[in-house]
Ligand binder design. Structure first.
Ligand code: ATP
Ligand code: LTN
Length: 337
């Protein structure tokens, strides 16, 4: 049945065995909230994951791990459509159309591409990595999404999506909805615990600043306790002057629902040690059941796979309709049935 709720769509890559805290606070948490008020489509973007070299067995395992973690975080297949990108071939198909609409210079300006290509060395970066954002455009437009819940690092890709949707609509007639980014200011960018000037990322130079949700809770507690702060002692939110402490306050506030002013008051006159000890405990309380739930889904891959198959079927019904419209508009001759 068609829903009259606004639609959201987002994706996460199965490029690691565990989500990190930045993924959760920046994106997945919003996915869970939005499935209540929106017609939500969430996917594990395995086609995006192969834009960098992958181990086949690991990719397969990580795809299930990603789905299991989404379920453990509260993504509910009864209230949204959860699927794996490669199960819906329309993504690659619309991706091609979008490739043919994107300027070479335009794609060259994507900062994530530039960063990732620089990391690998220009010779080793693939054309797939170059067109990564364009596949993301297809992901979003196929579902006529109104909003896309992501972290700050994805803003430019959503802008590209709007540009290409407008271009297509202008050239071929109204076809695609222009999506808006859904980026919560407070958690748009979670920082590395060892270097609060850079975003928390799975490709961090040292694992000490990266909180993986599936790490041993003891490891997590240790990482929180050794987070870099500053030489001052006052616990106050000031993203510019006190980025380390501010990051810890953001994490604390988001996980507990406490306000930042409330936390500042609670820790008035107390040292960083007290804040870190308490936050370590909050983290452990969060990750312990999360790991258990993820493991339960992993222990039953058949159920997991059939749940993903159902999701793909639901997704495909929507995607196929949009793709047929796009093919028709572009002038591709329909195959005779
Ligand atoms: P990484 O930098 O770890 O490689 P990514 O952006 O390539 O992350 P994805 O798994 O594709 O990894 O990201 C999933 C979601 O998590 C995206 O919406 C992204 O914006 C968000 N995200 C990633 N890191 C952070 C962060 N440090 N703070 C807030 N959101 C983040
Ligand atoms: N590039 C995104 C993952 C992604 C995505 C999407 C996000 C692929 N397709 C569609 C939102 C909508 C990232 O998080 N690195």
């Amino acid at each position: 049945m068609a829903s009259n709720k606004p639609r959201v769509l987002s994706g996460i890559q199965p490029t690691s065995g565990s989500f990190h805290l930045g993924n959760y606070l920046g994106a997945v948490r919003q996915w869970v909230a939005l499935q209540e008020s929106h017609d939500a489509f969430y996917m594990v973007v395995d086609l995006h994951a192969i834009t960098v070299p992958q181990d086949p067995a690991e990719l397969k395992a990580n795809t299930r791990f990603a789905a299991a973690q989404l379920l453990a975080a509260g993504v509910d297949p009864e209230r949204c459509t959860l699927f794996v990108q490669s199960h819906v071939p329309e993504h690659a198909q619309l991706g091609w159309i979008m490739n043919c609409l994107t300027g070479f210079g335009e794609a060259s300006r994507m900062t994530q591409f530039k960063d990732k290509a620089a990391k690998q060395g220009a010779e080793r970066a693939t054309v797939g990595l170059f067109t990564y954002p364009i596949l993301q455009v297809a992901d979003i437009l196929l579902y006529q999404a109104d909003q896309v819940p992501v972290g700050e690092d994805q803003r430019q890709h959503i802008e590209l999506t709007r540009d290409l949707a407008e271009r297509f609509n202008g050239r071929f007639g109204q076809t695609f909805t222009l999506p808006a980014p859904y980026i919560l200011k407070e958690t748009a960018k979670i920082y590395d615990l060892q270097d609060p000037a850079i975003k928390m990322s799975k490709s961090a130079s040292t694992p000490k600043g990266l909180i993986n949700l599936l790490d041993e809770p003891k490891t997590t507690a240790k990482k929180v306790k050794s987070a870099v702060t500053d030489t001052d002692t006052v616990i106050r939110y000031d993203a510019e002057k006190k980025p380390g402490v501010s990051n810890l306050l953001t994490i604390y506030a988001t996980l507990t629902g406490a306000g930042i002013p409330e936390l500042e008051q609670k820790y008035e006159g107390k040292g960083y040690g007290a804040l870190k000890t308490d936050l370590a405990e909050v983290m452990v309380e969060f990750v312990t059941p999360f790991r258990e739930r993820t493991q339960q889904y992993m222990d039953d891959p058949e159920t997991l796979d059939s749940l993903l198959a159902k999701g793909a079927e639901k997704a495909r019904a929507v995607a196929a309709e949009t793709l047929a419209q796009a093919y028709e508009k572009v002038g591709l001759l329909p195959a005779k049935h």
